[in-house]
Design a protein around this ligand. Sequence first.
Ligand SMILES: *Cc1c(COP(=O)(O)O)cnc(C)c1O
Length: 339
Amino acid sequence: MLRAMTTQPPPRLALANLPTPLFHSHALDALVGAEVWVKRDDMTAGAETGNKIRKLEFLLADAQRAGADVVVTCGGLQSNHCRATALLARGLGMRCVLFLRGEEPALREATGNYFLNRLAGAEIHAISATDYAMRDTLMAKAAEELSQEGATPYVIPEGGSNGLGAFGYVHACAELKSQLDAGDAGGEAFEAIAVACGSGGTAAGLALGAKRNDVATQVLAMAVCDSRAYFERRVADIMFEARKWAPGLSRGGDAELVVLDEFKGPAYGMATEAQLEFLVAVARVSGLVLDPVYSGKALYALAHMKDRPSRVCFVHTGGCPGLLAEPGTLTRQLQPERQ
Ligand SMILES: *Cc1c(COP(=O)(O)O)cnc(C)c1O
């Protein structure tokens, strides 16, 4: 009995609108230089949309199992993960406490994800970059205090990236397999799945799920910060942790994980002129809206990498609220097109 149970994936709440469509455009193929099928995970939901909801399907199921009435998590001021958590927690009748790295803007200047956190009534602690380095300690302390007040807290790490959250993208691989089996994307497996990599959980789930589900043998994790060495270790750690939840995953069959860090741009949240021009070009040939922090850098990386695979599934992880929060980023690129 116990053995049968432990090979099952962990319990999941159905929160996202699934399956997400596979989008294809010949003009986009030409721009990228490969046959690209875009897995529209920017369409997983309404305001809570993006890749984080898939992880939260597992994390919030665990929070409910633990009887939690308040969720504690962290991220940047414009964190998509925090916004998704704040909204979804409310939908499940829970409070949400956020530790956000950055200076809290006045409400009248609140934009994007931060604005949506305020709308959801999240309890926000804006903290310095130095304090953010100790985020796990700060969240543990907050949880302790909440417990003393009689609440039942549940702490979710940055990006929802732990072993349990990774199951969101193991599940996404099974979903993709069903789509291929139904004849979508020509019905054939991809050479690779490409995705932005910020805290590693999405790449970890894909590396665990892609080959086992026969959708691809390689995962291209396009780092948007940190280094290749950092993410190789980080993603491996998350995969290791995931196997504890479902030991069935320890038997063979991981996809090859390739981390590329040469396209991350000047810093997290900062893109090169060429990356911004590419993001604008993508919108103008395909109508797809990428964001400058994650998905824009990731598709740019795919278009510019050496030995690019010829048939790829690109996971569009969302990020639109962050783009809308800083329209000034694209001032130069959005000068009127001249004939
Ligand atoms: C969080 C995020 C990512 C990165 O996913 P990780 O699992 O944190 O690596 C990519 N794109 C968007 C839009 C995100 O919000």
